[in-house]
Design a binder for this molecule. Structure first.
Ligand SMILES: Cc1ncc(COP(=O)(O)O)c(C=O)c1O
Length: 419
């Protein structure tokens, strides 16, 4: 067996970029490109940073599967003691296959179908986080019909600006998520008449990639206030669910430390004496993954700039095209930075298929390997078959060894669904 990694995650030895001590170039040669590569050591480190930060305060970390639900990743987190946040019945299925018990799963999502709700009620998940009065009535009706009481949390919309990208801000009144504060009291008042439901928590989640603690702190304060009010009315809550949302530093700029984030949540909620549930996704998974791609072609763009055309683009990593998101990109086998100007683009027939705009790198040539950093969250889960491109392979590096945890899709896999 190879020696254990010198340090967790992605780092350079001489000029080579490694993952947990394994050269990324070896993985690309063995698994092909494009390929996602995850560091088990970093996933563990990131999970523990969240879990340990509670420093004895009662809590449960429900890893948000929407960030990365590859079975091997979900299993690894479950083995560390994580619980799960599932956003569809299919994510619940993955959670179950990864070994999570229904009592460890919260079911979130703004548009759960009747079939999904029935599955969650029948399984007896820890909570269905309901998003509207209509959904609450539907859960109640299902619970009565199948004779199984349902545990619910109510997602509040606290009308807080998370100041992240508009596409991933969820806590403003104009966003589709949750029950507006003005309507919440009326909705809570109906709960006493709903015998098949037990209200276990108040839930807030105001957005993703949030880089200031203020909105997260304010949302926690509102959840704590309402929880105290409800308890005062005789509704025995079990915990407060504060969602996820903490951002990561894609561009190496400052972001709040995980420990400060959790300390801020605990400071707001302590007065309720209720345990805290958090649903982090990005902060655990994003830095633990890279997308490896090869340069297919290099061609002139302007007098001082070139296009580097990669074999990965918006079909493998949608975030840059979808949100204009920034991911650091570096060559795998030469220096990380250089003095040549590139526009790194994918092979898809869309001009929005740009992976990295305006980058200074060492000279790139056909066949060179590049690593697109911080791609462990909202990467492979958003991949598509546009242009009939196959879903990429995924590799997990653990204890100095790598293995394919999801094989590359084939065209036969795709066509097996068609007649
Ligand atoms: C309800 C809910 N919980 C948790 C998350 C995970 O968020 P993040 O990956 O930003 O931690 C999301 C994602 O937006 C979400 O919608």
């Amino acid at each position: 067996m190879a020696p254990p990694p010198a340090s967790a995650g992605f780092f350079r030895l001489d000029r080579e970029l490694l993952c947990d001590g394994v050269p990324l170039a070896d993985i690309a040669s063995g698994a092909g490109t494009p390929v996602y590569v995850y560091s088990a050591a970093l996933l563990r480190e990131r999970y523990r940073a969240v879990d340990d930060a509670f420093a004895g305060y009662p809590h449960a970390v429900h890893y948000a599967l929407k960030a990365n639900s590859t079975l091997a990743v979900a299993r690894l987190l479950r083995e560390l003691g994580s619980s799960a946040d599932a956003n569809s019945v299919w994510e619940i299925d993955v959670a179950r296959r990864a070994g999570f018990d229904p009592s460890q799963i919260v079911f979130t999502g703004v548009g759960k179908t009747a079939a999904e709700l029935e599955c969650a009620v029948a399984l007896g998940v820890k909570a269905i986080n309901v998003e509207s009065a209509g959904e609450l009535a539907r859960v109640d009706a299902i619970a009565q019909r199948i004779g199984r009481p349902a545990r619910v949390a109510v997602r509040l919309n606290p009308d807080i600006d998370a100041k992240s990208h508009p596409h991933i801000s969820t806590g403003l009144k104009i966003n589709k998520f949750g029950v507006p504060l003005d309507d919440a009291r009326e909705l809570f008042a109906t709960l006493k008449g709903r015998r098949a439901l037990s209200l276990v928590a108040v839930h807030v989640h105001v957005g993703s990639q949030i880089t200031s603690l203020d909105p997260l702190r304010r949302a926690a304060a509102i959840a704590a206030d309402i929880s105290l009010e409800l308890r005062g009315q005789g509704l025995p809550l079990e915990y407060v669910d504060l969602g996820g949302g903490l951002g990561v530093s894609y561009d190496r700029g400052e972001v709040p430390a995980v420990a400060d984030y959790i300390a801020a949540l605990v400071a707001e909620v302590r007065r309720t004496r209720l345990p805290i549930v958090v649903e982090p996704g990005r902060v655990i998974a994003a830095p633990a993954g890279v997308l490896l791609a090869r340069v297919i072609d290099v061609k002139p763009r302007s007098a001082s700039s070139e296009f580097a055309i990669l074999d990965a683009g918006m079909t493998e990593l949608l975030r840059p095209a979808l949100y204009g998101a920034f991911h650091a990109i570096e060559p795998v086998s030469t220096a990380a930075a250089g003095d040549r100007h590139y526009e790194l683009v994918g092979p898809v027939c869309e001009s929005s298929d740009v992976v990295g705009r305006d980058r200074m790198l060492p000279r790139l040539a056909e066949g060179d390997l590049v690593a697109i950093r911080d791609a462990g969250a909202y990467g492979s889960v958003m991949a598509s078959n546009y242009n009939r491109r196959p879903l990429p392979a995924e590799v997990l590096v653990d204890n100095g060894e790598w293995r394919i945890v999801r094989r590359r899709q084939t065209i036969d896999d795709q066509l097996s669904l068609e007649t």
